[in-house]
Design a protein. Structure first.
Length: 658
């Protein structure tokens, strides 16, 4: 295990020696990196999990968040000066860029203070920010002064979100808009691919060909690429790793991960590079592109613990390449997948306690971009991430990748182990807020954990994702709230019993109403994931779904929601058995790189894109307390829609048992 003061090394001390089971090489030093871009309010948990696990096995493991460091470099005096110079050279600047050039000096002067405020180091600045006289207000601030329908006479446009109090939240929102104005200038003047939570996303998302990514990697460095390379070099010099793990949860982190690996291969060829994470697990399962291995030595699938143990044993000379586990390699110019011999996965209780040691916890930015209550939890504040259970205990939903390991292999941790981890994490970080990042936290495990937290008198705040199933009785919900539950999210999807049955969701609208009402009555914020465009969904289904959602808000069952358009994954039951859902899949473009989303033809012929505008408009108003007594057809301004068939008062009657 790594200890402070250990002499750094660039390679194993006897790297030139022959390895054998009787004379193994030293255990490699491992560095786990968070590549740009992920979230900025708290570390993405993958490196914390892997570092904690590897240290529990005696491995010298370190971690670094290059995503955060790159943004901080961008907002530094040097970064802003580079941005200003590039903006000045643009021949036809937009309104956003003209504003930035006009206010560049003031922006540079205020940036350190704004960052300190968002990092929690200068709370009193909130009063100056809220005066609306401190920060230069660019195009992003136009949204602040848009009146909510029905509240046109309200003198304070943000009163619906923050009231007369909430000075810190209000100021965080305004400070986030200030940063967003700067980011708009960055995209126009420095790199159009760069955003706060994604970088070059279109180069990787369901991209069958490697050519676009290869071309971007071969292009001259942008200023952001150069800063990333300099930050990487400093990190490598500090930690002197033998192996670098790059975890890519999203397509928007892939480009930077490849840039990082490209630099390592060019300047430190002895360092082994490994690519894994959520993006790889879902989109690269049929990887056949040899050029990926110009940058990475190994690409791995699914849970990382057994995979990494096998890989490290291989690098020590104790395991042949043919005994790697769930790994892609390149041999003789051809990509080869090595599934490995059957070896048991490590039980969740033996994967160690996540650690944030080495990550700059005091430098994360508590942003408040979207005023949706649940989205605020995702982006505002630093949360300790923890998993109650591996996978999903239901694993039947037809739109979900239920066949993949991260969902299909279910195992819950013991409550005593979870409570021990919680105590250790609070001791390490000083933070008592936890986000349980389960696919769906099981009620039985949550009850056991709540009992353990209450027995130990551990005062924490926690939130996570659940299924709105009947097991969440009012009595259980009361216990969860007492143990520190402040918010839950869950999938209502399309609020239609017919479609919920087709989805194999295992819930009904009335059941969801009763469960969510129980949480809401105990002071727990309730967020509903909502979906539209599911196979065979008609216009009538869509209108009825919005009426159900209206009534759920009206009865105080849910406080927050988000509509997303259904996309078909090749790994989900809809993608694997489309005939059961009445659709026909479109042919996938052949390629050797990513494969995930697949188009389909729905014979219903409904224009879901136009309907989506009305759904989002209705939900936006409901969250503001507006339109709760309206006919939902009012929100579909672009088209005529049928009258809802759901009777008014349906949810109220379901809650009363009538």
């Amino acid at each position: 295990m790594w200890r402070p003061g250990v002499k750094p090394r660039s390679r194993p001390d006897n790297a030139g020696a022959l390895a054998s089971p009787l004379n193994p090489l030293p255990m490699p030093r491992v560095l786990s990196l968070i590549p740009p871009m992920t979230q900025l309010n708290t570390p993405y948990p993958s490196t914390a999990y892997l570092t904690g696990f590897l240290r529990s096995r005696g491995v010298d493991a370190r971690q670094c968040d290059l995503s955060l460091l790159l943004v901080l470099r961008l907002f530094s005096a040097e970064g802003l000066a580079t941005l200003r110079e590039a903006a000045s050279a643009r021949p036809a600047p937009s309104e956003s860029l003209r504003f930035h050039l006009q206010e560049a000096e003031r922006i540079a002067q205020l940036m350190p203070r704004v960052l300190a405020f968002l990092q929690g180091r200068d709370a009193t600045l909130a009063h100056r920010i809220n005066s609306r006289a401190l920060l230069p207000e660019g195009p992003r601030f136009a949204q602040v002064d848009v009146a909510i329908p029905g509240q046109e006479d309200e003198p304070d446009p943000l009163a619906w979100a923050f009231g007369t109090l909430g000075a810190q939240d209000r100021a965080r929102h305004l400070a986030t808009l200030f940063l967003n104005d700067v980011m708009d200038a960055v995209r126009e003047a420095l790199d159009p691919r760069f955003e706060f939570v994604r970088y070059g996303e279109k180069l990787a998302a369901s991209q069958p060909h490697f050519d676009p990514l290869a071309a971007a990697l071969a292009a001259p460095e942008t200023a952001l690429d150069r800063w990333l390379r300099e930050l990487l070099e400093a990190t490598l010099a500090e930690h002197q790793p033998d192996v670098v793990l790059l975890s890519c949860p999203f397509p928007g982190s892939v480009y930077a991960a490849f840039r990082i690996a490209q630099t390592i291969k060019a300047r430190h060829p002895h360092v082994r590079t490994v690519l894994g994470g959520g993006y790889v697990n879902t989109e690269l399962r049929e990887l056949a592109e040899p050029r990926v291995f110009d940058h990475f030595d190994f690409v791995t699938l699914d849970a990382g613990e057994r995979v990494l143990l096998a890989l490290l044993e291989h690098l020590q000379g104790q395991r042949g390449k043919h005994r790697l586990v769930r790994a892609f390699v390149r041999e003789d110019g051809v990509v080869r997948y090595i599934p490995g011999l059957p070896e048991p996965e490590l039980p969740i209780d033996q994967t160690g306690t996540p650690t944030w040691d080495g990550l700059p916890l005091g430098q994360y930015l508590s942003l408040l971009d979207m005023l949706n209550p649940m989205h605020r939890l995702w982006s505002d504040g630093r949360w300790n991430k923890l998993t109650v259970a591996q996978g999903c205990y239901w694993k039947k939903c037809s739109f979900c990748d239920v066949g993949l390991d991260y969902i299909g292999r279910y195992e819950a941790a013991q409550a005593t182990v979870l409570a021990d981890r919680i105590e250790a994490i609070v001791q390490e970080t000083g933070q008592t807020g936890f986000h349980f990042v389960d696919e769906a936290a099981p009620p039985k495990a949550l009850k056991a954990l709540a009992d353990e937290l209450l027995t130990r008198r551990l005062d924490i705040s926690w939130w996570g994702n659940v299924r709105f199933e009947k097991t969440f009785s009012p009595a259980l919900v009361e216990k969860l709230a007492e143990s520190g539950c402040i918010a839950i999210s869950g999938g209502l999807e399309v609020a239609s019993d017919r479609l919920l049955k087709l989805m194999n969701k295992g819930v009904t609208v009335d059941q969801v109403a009763r469960v969510t009402k129980a949480f809401a009555d105990h002071g727990v914020l309730v967020h509903a994931y909502l979906m539209y465009g599911f196979p065979t969904q008609t216009m009538q289904d869509t209108v009825d779904a919005l009426e159900y959602v209206r009534q759920l808000f009206e009865e105080g069952c849910i406080h927050s929601g988000f509509f997303h358009r259904f996309t078909c994954s090749v790994h989900a039951p809809v993608g694997q058995r489309p005939q059961e859902f009445g659709v026909q899949l479109l042919p996938l473009e052949p390629g050797r790189f990513a494969k995930n989303d697949v188009g389909f033809v729905d014979p219903s012929g409904v224009d879901h894109d136009r309907l989506g505008l009305g759904l989002r408009r209705g939900l936006y108003n409901f969250m503001h307390g507006v339109g709760l007594d309206w006919d939902v057809r009012r929100f579909f301004e672009e088209m005529r829609v049928p009258k809802p068939t759901v009777k008014r008062g349906h949810i109220a009657r379901a809650l009363s048992g009538a």
